[in-house]
Write a protein that binds this ligand. Sequence first.
Ligand SMILES: Cc1cc2nc3c(=O)[nH]c(=O)nc-3n(C[C@H](O)[C@H](O)[C@H](O)COP(=O)(O)OP(=O)(O)OC[C@H]3O[C@@H](n4cnc5c(N)ncnc54)[C@H](O)[C@@H]3O)c2cc1C
Ligand code: SF4
Length: 329
Amino acid sequence: MAKDMMTRFELYQPVDIAGALELVDKLGVDGWLIAGGQDSLDWFKDRAKRPGSVIDLSRIESMRGIRETGVGIEIGALTTVTEIEESALIKSRFGVLTDAASRVASPQIRNVGTIGGNVCQDTRCWYYRSGIDCYRAGGSTCYADTPEGMNREHCLFGADRCVAVSPSDLAPALVVLDASMVIQSRDGERVVAAEEFFVGPDADIERMTVIKSGEILTAIRIPGTWSGATFYFEKVADRNTWDFALVNVAAAMRVENDVIQDIRIACGGVECVPRRMSVAEDIAKGSAKDEETARLAGGSASRGAVPLNYNHFKISLLENLVMRAIRDS
Ligand SMILES: Cc1cc2nc3c(=O)[nH]c(=O)nc-3n(C[C@H](O)[C@H](O)[C@H](O)COP(=O)(O)OP(=O)(O)OC[C@H]3O[C@@H](n4cnc5c(N)ncnc54)[C@H](O)[C@@H]3O)c2cc1C
Ligand code: SF4
């Protein structure tokens, strides 16, 4: 297959949200949204996706920037990952998002890639990315979930025909911060909790989020709930730059007199959605923030995991990351 040769498409460049919504409504599934293009252009160059029309959102100024909203903040979907990493406001209040942003891809990709594109990006399963007709691509088999399938990067939880994982480093941080995703269509606005925004193959095998044709993610709101809390983010990848997480962990907690009053933990790279570590949270809540709690909670993180042939190593990796999130934050 020829690489780096894109097929023709009609390019639309709306300058406001109303214009973009009109286009997504008119073009339907044939209108591919593009923000920084860091995920989309790979698909186009590999000819694995060939949209007839591309709607470039990058000229919509109102979708950029980080604003205070009283108790919380609102981040426009076109805000770059670098802008998030460098924001003093985010760092002072929601440092887990700063740390997650600093671990996304490479500086060059962060300069162009947007937060909206990061949370809407497609899975990195390499069979699917090669344009093979697997379940997720509308076919009738999963090539990764076979005895010889290359599934080292794939899931421990939530398999349903597809065993791909959520690749985003920002997604678990947004889940622990209890962020809301603002989605607009010509019918109006709906606001979805980050935890409900990502969908697994049981809900829809061809999508990674609740966003439907005709909709655009315009902003992400972070409430004040976890402002200034104790945070932790760690990502383990095969290489320390320009590489997706094998497993990542984000945590937010409130600690008083060395006792964990409240905690949220989410992990990426283990399920098709960022996985909330509810059992570990229950163990940690009300317990001393010490080695024993960290070990018990970490050990619970893999409960219910169903490893594939080549990803058993993710079980101890996941347990250790959750343990460290509690112990070392
Ligand atoms: C080599 C490489 C390494 C990478 N490493 C990492 C990594 O380590 N961690 C990580 O988290 N990510 C990684 N990424 C992914 C990259 O960070 C994201 O692809 C980037 O943030 C996406 O932003 P974008 O604006 O460029 O997305 P685009 O390519 O413009 O869009 C991505 C997808 O989101 C949709 N979309 C974009 N904006 C919107 C919107 N506002 N509303 C609805 N849909 C929208 C598009 O239709 C498309 O399907 C890597 C990418 C590459 C190429
Ligand atoms: S894991 Fe999912 S995306 Fe990958 S080959 Fe299987 S069905 Fe396709």
